[in-house]
Design a protein around this ligand. Structure first.
Ligand code: XMP
Length: 326
């Protein structure tokens, strides 16, 4: 990654007016850079790539070609939202690739977390490359690089770049938000009219639910994880915790225990709740969830999700636990 420095004189984007000025400036800069050429973008639906997509659609409309690769490890409703917002509402030139089977077939029986990450990252690049090869003559690649990525590219979070693209691509890069901090990217996204649940969403790792479906991923356990995670998110929205907690999710380990459902023996996996607060993800504290909320979540998950028969709460701060379970 190039080493670029944010000018000390650059004002922090804290108001809609500053966001609008930034957008106007970048729209002009992008038009000047790419002319009437096409630009390719891997659109994951995360904050950074979504904001870049919306900005480029404003600048160059359908000259931007977005590729959304569904690796089958997205949270419930995520790929659907990408299609709804970008294809239906913003009229984006969006290629949607459902590569679920490719990823899950490759991940079958692979239990080692690092191996899983490598497979997911490697296959992502392959799928993206295949799509890029079909579109002849594209010279520009847009990326949602943000300033912390540049600052951290040689630091401890290097292993997090799974899902990113290799640096040796022969494309000229278009990186309109590369000098912005996360809060500024969100301010710009909000000003561009992206929905709040896209702009203010919590961080989600590139390998997605793959790092939370512990051990070798199976389709039934992945499905259970996705449904349980959706219930957790729904209930956090209802009780107001969603606005207060930095990151919250479910992890599902690959072992079962005995339970009882409908008066019959019912073997199921446990769903583990993790809800943490942090400033920089280097250390994290535990959010105190009211017992009434925990009871409701437990009741819903154990009754509504096939395969889950217990709900556990992880009370471990970071350190000593990492935020993710893998
Ligand atoms: P850990 O588990 O190391 O996670 O305490 C720290 C933060 O990083 C997020 N994370 C990732 N983010 N790509 C990302 O963009 C990744 O591959 C990745 N893996 C972990 C994690 O969710 C937590 O917020």
């Amino acid at each position: 990654m190039e080493t670029i420095k944010r000018p000390e004189t650059m004002e922090r984007i804290t108001t809609p007016a500053l966001a609008k000025a930034f957008i106007d400036e970048q729209v002009a800069a992008v038009r000047a850079q790419v002319g009437d050429n096409k630009v390719l973008l891997a659109l994951s639906g995360g904050v950074d790539s979504s904001v870049v997509a919306a900005l480029l659609i404003k600048a160059i409309g359908r000259q931007l070609v977005c590729v959304h690769v569904n690796h089958g490890l997205m949270r419930k409703g995520e790929s659907e939202q990408v299609i709804e917002v970008f294809r239906n509402q913003l009229d984006a030139n969006l290629i949607y690739v459902d590569a679920t089977d490719r990823f899950l077939d490759l991940l079958k029986d692979v239990a080692d977390p690092e191996q899983k990450r490598k497979i997911i990252g490697g296959e992502f690049i392959k799928v993206f490359d295949e799509e890029a090869a079909k579109l002849k003559g594209i010279k520009f690649l847009a990326q949602g690089t943000i300033y912390p990525d540049i600052l951290e590219s040689k630091g401890v979070k290097a292993h997090h770049n799974v899902g990113g693209l290799p640096e040796e691509y022969a494309f000229e890069l278009v990186e309109p938000v590369k000098l912005l901090y996360k809060d500024e990217v969100r301010a710009v996204g909000h000003e561009l009219g992206l929905p709040d649940n896209m702009v203010y969403r919590q961080p989600f790792p590139g390998p997605g639910l793959g790092v939370r479906c512990l051990g070798a991923i199976t389709r039934d356990r992945l499905h259970a994880l996705r449904e349980a995670d959706a219930i957790l998110r729904e209930e956090f929205d209802i009780c107001g915790l969603a606005d207060k907690v930095w990151q919250y999710f479910i992890a599902v380990p690959d072992f079962k225990s005995v339970g009882v459902r409908d008066n019959k023996r019912y073997e199921g996996w446990p769903a583990i709740i993790r809800a943490v607060n942090t400033v920089d993800a280097m250390s994290a504290t535990i959010e105190e969830i009211p017992y009434a909320v925990l009871h409701k979540i437990t009741d819903r998950i154990t009754h509504e999700v096939e395969g889950i028969n217990r709900v556990l709460l992880d009370l471990t701060p970071k350190p000593i636990g990492t935020i993710e379970w893998e």
